[in-house]
Design a protein around this ligand. Structure first.
Ligand SMILES: C[S@@+](CC[C@H](N)C(=O)[O-])C[C@H]1O[C@@H](n2cnc3c(N)ncnc32)[C@H](O)[C@@H]1O
Length: 258
């Protein structure tokens, strides 16, 4: 029997919670590498309890918000800029979490929330678009209560572009200058810790993050075949050329200082 790329996304040994979700459903909400694998790994470094109020920042089409509500019984505010709130809300209704997840169209620098109103902020594959400026963490932590948690999963390189002196060609060809925002875990640790606004509780590169990303990208090619190969095929080729040398994800967590 041939294993399809879609079937290869079912990995209960590695990701027991995420494997309970239909891979086709997840791929049809695709905006980047498997958000539920990233989130399942990330939440291992967080303490989420039922009833907590959690901001899912850059929630896209909403798969991570569904997961947070279902798996942890938390109340989620799903905030995103590119995806209309009505589109995400329809996903939450269909997934039967509409009573626990609120979709909000919001830009990450002008968040329409009260200070101290969240127990946690989680962001999967979005922080690289808005969260690398020196001023961003100080802005964002104001929305956390003292002791509140922050958890970010973001594309990473194993070495800083600044130290390499260049963006590796196979990455530059596909994502261009955006790769300068793909920082190492240690970059994030220092960037956050030096503010003394948070205690960094974990900063690590995802083990086998490159391999996970490739599995996801191959499933995307299979699900959305394109005669020219398209973006999905370009990402597969970027990852194959990389062979795990540079590309992975950083998982970074912190608590707001009391
Ligand atoms: C690669 S997608 C990932 C979406 C989702 N977290 C996932 O993993 O499927 C990046 C998301 O970041 C959001 N984003 C980018 N810039 C943003 C900004 N300035 N403010 C709020 N959201 C932003 C986009 O709207 C987009 O949905």
């Amino acid at each position: 029997m041939t294993t399809t790329a879609l079937a290869a996304l079912h990995r209960p040994d590695r990701y027991p919670r995420a494997s309970a979700y239909d891979s086709a459903w997840l791929l049809d909400l695709d905006m980047g590498p498997n958000p539920l694998w990233l989130l399942e790994d990330l939440v291992g470094d967080l303490e989420l309890r039922p009833g907590m109020r959690v901001l899912d920042l850059g929630s896209g089409k909403g798969a991570t918000s569904v997961f947070l509500a279902r798996e942890f019984g938390v109340e989620v505010v799903a905030a995103d800029w590119w995806i209309p709130a009505e589109e995400a809300a329809a996903v939450f209704e269909e997934a039967r979490v509409g009573d626990r997840v609120t979709a909000v169209r919001a830009e990450a620098h002008t968040l329409p929330f009260e200070e101290g109103s969240f127990d946690a902020v989680v962001s999967v594959d979005a922080f690289e678009y808005f969260g690398t400026a020196d001023s961003y963490l100080p802005y964002l932590v104001r929305f956390l209560r003292p002791g509140g948690q922050l958890g970010v999963a973001t594309p990473a390189l194993t070495r800083e572009v600044r130290d390499l002196g260049f963006i590796p060609a196979h990455i530059k060809d596909v994502v261009g200058w955006e790769a300068i925002a793909w920082h190492t875990a240690e970059w994030w640790r220092f960037q956050w810790a030096v503010t003394e606004l948070v205690d960094v509780t974990s900063a690590r590169l995802q083990e086998d993050g490159w391999r996970d990303w490739l599995l996801w990208a191959r499933a995307g090619v299979e699900r959305r075949p394109s005669p020219s190969g398209g973006v999905d095929q370009a990402v597969v080729e970027m990852l194959e050329a990389d062979e795990g040398e540079y590309l992975t994800f950083a998982l970074v967590t912190a608590r707001k200082s009391e």
